[in-house]
Write a protein that binds this ligand. Structure first.
Ligand code: SAH
Ligand code: SF4
Length: 388
């Protein structure tokens, strides 16, 4: 019995390793066109161009997104001749895993590279908890903004990720967490997705929304939209569209409730100052409706900068009337960072003041900081100071 269970486990590990190897080996494939990232209608069209009926396209779509197949030979309800035809012209490529690091607290950080382009590498982080597992995905390689407390902000923007590259981070994590092939009626290990990795998701709205459509399609990967959250530094004009078009959750990286202080630490505040940002948040809440989820206001606690009682009062006044949850994030240090985190006592006092005013507030426990996987610590390549 014991031997059987152990050998079964070994077989599973071997299968997973083969799968990951195949994820990586398909990534090295060249000129074939990538079906991963294509919509259902695109795949149906491709099947029809190959002389197949539309239902074959639907089968291929399901194999790719719901069952997580990366090899056409695994798509066993397709005729062999079609499998071979697909193999010659297409591939299913999520991206290549360059590094896969596990923190002592179970957090996993993956460095993923795309299309053999050594500069197009991003980090995705999986944070398992007792009742859920959150995947933090990146939306851009680097970031064009330079928030002074953020490690990603020291890296220049190289390019936007495509829908395939964003959704690919989810598929890789789902494979590693054994959620694929998708099991109906079973809570997946990767239960939540947050756009809190590298980049500003609203500066890549088109591809982020295409990726969300792929990830949430019930006939595909089937992640519920309410389990997804977009975090933004405050691209005010696009915030209402998160509610209107995507129906996912919203987190605002606020970090200061005083307009001048916010401009000092977050340059985007010059373009979209606080009054404009708050107006967009009100509009988001109106469109999302009474069933809406609260807006999460993220607030990094920087010692002596934004953490006094006065700052807490300003914060409460600013978000008054909005359905809000304040998430206080003790500053996570990174090599060369100029700030220190507020003390635990200061964070607790600040949190108490916010709560006493009737606003929901919590303190985020840093996860994965031994492998630089915590909030704001992600960075893959190229300093702003050293790159063009
Ligand atoms: N660009 C988007 C998505 C990144 S989310 C945004 O800014 O919202 C990453 C979250 O971590 C943001 O709230 C960001 O402000 C916060 N953050 C950045 N650097 C941090 C640091 N060193 N310590 C703690 N939180 C940080
Ligand atoms: Fe970019 Fe967000 Fe970091 Fe600011 S906090 S530099 S917007 S990733």
């Amino acid at each position: 019995m014991i031997w059987c269970a152990a050998s079964q486990r070994l077989r599973c590990v071997a299968r997973l390793q083969t799968r990951l190897y195949s994820l990586n080996s398909t990534a090295q494939t060249e000129a074939r066109s990538n079906l991963f990232g294509k919509s259902k209608s695109d795949i149906i069209k491709i099947a029809e161009e190959m002389g197949q009926p539309a239902f074959r396209g639907k089968q291929i779509y399901k194999w790719i997104y719901s069952k997580g197949a990366t090899l056409f030979q695994d798509m066993v309800n397709l005729p062999n001749s079609l499998q071979e035809q697909l193999e010659r012209a297409h591939c299913v490529d999520y991206g290549q895993i360059l590094q896969n690091q596990l923190s002592v607290d179970g957090t996993r950080k993956m460095l993923i590279q795309f299309k053999n382009d050594s500069r197009a590498a991003v980090e995705a982080v999986f944070i398992p908890e007792e009742h859920r597992g959150t995947l933090c995905v990146s939306s851009q390689v680097g970031c064009s903004l330079s928030c002074t407390f953020c490690h990603t902000g020291t890296q220049s923007l190289y390019r936007n990720l495509t829908a395939a590259e964003i959704a690919g981070q989810y598929m890789i994590a789902a494979w590693i967490a054994k959620d694929l092939p998708r099991k109906v009626n079973q809570r997946p290990n990767v239960s939540n997705i947050v756009f809190m990795g590298q980049g500003e998701p609203l500066y890549n709205f088109r591809n982020v929304s295409a990726a969300i459509k792929l990830i949430t399609d019930p006939e595909g990967a089937g992640v519920a939209p309410w389990r997804i959250t977009i975090s933004t530094s405050g691209v005010a004009p696009l915030i209402p569209r998160i509610a209107a078009e995507l129906r996912v959750g919203l987190a605002i990286s606020l970090h200061a409730a005083d307009n001048d202080l916010r401009t000092e630490i977050m340059p985007i505040n010059k373009t979209y100052p606080l009054p404009l940002l708050m107006k967009s948040c009100t509009e988001f809440a109106r469109i999302a409706g009474p069933q809406n989820r609260r807006i999460t206001f993220e607030y990094v606690m920087l010692d002596g900068i934004n953490d006094s009682d006065r700052h807490a009062k300003q914060l409460v006044d600013l978000i008054h009337g909005l359905p809000a949850h304040v998430n206080l994030i003790p500053f996570n240090p990174w090599p060369g960072s100029a700030y220190r985190s507020s003390s635990a006592a200061r964070v607790a006092a600040f949190c108490g003041l916010v709560r006493n005013s009737g606003v929901h507030a919590s303190v985020r426990t840093p996860r994965g900081d031994d492998i630089l996987a915590a909030c704001g610590q992600l960075k893959s390549v190229h300093d702003k100071t050293t790159s063009a």
